[in-house]
Design a protein around this ligand. Structure first.
Ligand code: NI
Length: 199
């Protein structure tokens, strides 16, 4: 239910956007130099102002100088989110000291239930360095849009609800710009290997 075909579409759009962005940049020639440059940057990411699990207001600038490994999910998710966050945690563990350069971040897509307190209890299960970010509905909508995240409320029986959502791990560089992104199905070993190459 939380992983359906519909949720794949935004991921594919993201892939297409990124590929388009990379191709666009690769086709740009630097005048006079006659060589092709590739910045590899698509229009994904950007400034945000949110609240962390301790209730402190934080912005993307607070993470400058470190890499951000960002996942959009929610603490009530029964399956994909905890699995993906566990993959991130295991990958960072495999990296040893080098993982200090990376801030693992969960940005909630369910700010209604994911208060700072709820996130505090949730993210600490994945490791002491995990950051949980929430905000008001407009702040969350804004950051979802910037990262091209798909997230829609799905009513469940009994008056509860789940979230249909895209599931992508984003690696943002020390300058806050997109470096790469990974599918939720990546293994901890592969993610660790990828991150080591990127750092
Ligand atoms: Ni989920």
């Amino acid at each position: 239910m939380l992983r359906n075909r519909q949720a794949l579409i935004p991921y594919l759009l993201l892939v297409a956007a990124l590929a388009g962005g990379v191709l666009w940049h690769e086709s740009e020639k630097v005048p006079g130099l006659g060589r092709v440059v590739s910045t590899g940057q698509a229009d994904i990411g950007g400034p945000f102002q949110l609240t962390d699990q301790s209730g402190k207001r934080v912005t993307d600038k607070d993470f400058r100088g470190r890499y951000m490994l960002i996942y959009f999910g929610y603490s009530f998710c029964p399956d994909v989110c905890p699995t993906t966050l566990a993959v991130m945690a295991q990958a960072l563990e495999k990296m040893g000291d080098r993982s200090r350069r990376i801030a693992p971040i969960l940005i909630t897509i369910d700010p209604e239930r994911d208060t700072p307190k709820v996130l505090e209890d949730y993210v600490k299960a994945f490791g002491p360095t995990f950051v949980g970010l929430t905000g008001n509905a407009a702040e969350i909508k804004g950051v979802e849009k910037k990262y091209r995240v798909y997230a829609v409320k799905k009513p469940l029986e009994g008056g509860n609800y789940g979230m249909d959502h895209s599931s992508v791990i984003y690696l943002m560089g020390p300058d806050g710009k997109l470096v790469s992104f990974y599918d939720e199905a990546i293994s901890p070993d592969d993610l660790a290997k990828e991150l080591k190459q990127r750092l």
